[in-house]
Design a protein around this ligand. Structure first.
Ligand SMILES: [Ca+2]
Ligand SMILES: [Ca+2]
Ligand SMILES: [Ca+2]
Length: 211
């Protein structure tokens, strides 16, 4: 299952097909693009418009979205801002939520197609995305501790960038009711936790009986 969490979009750039970029109508020059990212009606955000360019870039965006476990994709929409008339929709793209690969950030390319003529490519959009899964429960960390999700057999502690010594001074766990049955007459499970950096650097706690 995909964990719920927060999707961050930190920069967006686009390459718009030259013919389309040059067609802003009478005296309009080039298009004035902006991009909208949408999960649903209540979760959509847009960039500001850039004037007269087929290659807009937006850096330092602060777009973030609540993502639920059952969300599969976002849609991305490319517009041309127009003065005095409704903005022109140039095209649409799909952004499948590949959240497992986005934990450490990723630039994702999507192809933009005309809404009416779906085989007509309008351009491409690159989105720099990252994904932060929620901790297993909101009150998981105590006393300065931080909770991390355990998926199946192991969880991971992301994002260390300096060398040094990692001390783990206290570990506690909550195991779901289904998972804590130790089989026929086994009572509850007898858990222990292993923390591992690699093959030569792993340590485990003693097992606790029936809990
Ligand atoms: Ca226009
Ligand atoms: Ca223009
Ligand atoms: Ca325009």
């Amino acid at each position: 299952m995909n964990p719920a969490g927060t999707l961050y979009v930190t920069s967006i750039r686009a390459n718009i097909d030259e013919k389309i970029a040059n067609d802003d109508g009478f005296m309009g020059g080039k298009v004035d693009p902006y991009v909208k990212v949408r999960l649903d009606k209540s979760r959509e955000k847009r960039t500001k418009a850039k004037d007269n360019t087929g290659n807009p870039v937006w850096n330092n965006l602060n777009m973030n979205f609540r993502v639920n476990a059952n969300d599969r994709q976002a849609s991305v929409h490319l517009f041309d801002a127009d003065v005095g008339s409704g903005d022109d929709l140039l095209g649409d793209a799909n952004l499948p939520l590949d959240r497992g690969n986005w934990i450490n950030g990723r630039e994702v390319r999507v192809q933009v197609f005309d809404r009416k003529n779906k085989s007509k490519q309008v351009g491409e959009i690159f989105l720099t995305v990252s994904y932060k899964p929620d901790p297993p429960n909101a009150n998981g960390g105590i006393g300065g501790g931080i909770g991390y999700g355990v998926g199946g057999l192991g969880g991971s502690i992301p994002g260390m960038s300096k060398s040094g010594t990692l001390y783990v001074t206290r570990i506690r766990a909550s195991i779901s009711d289904e998972a804590s049955s130790d089989g026929f007459l086994g009572g509850k499970v007898d858990p222990y936790v292993k923390v591992r950096l690699d093959k030569d650097r792993e340590q485990k706690t003693p097992a606790k009986q029936n809990t």
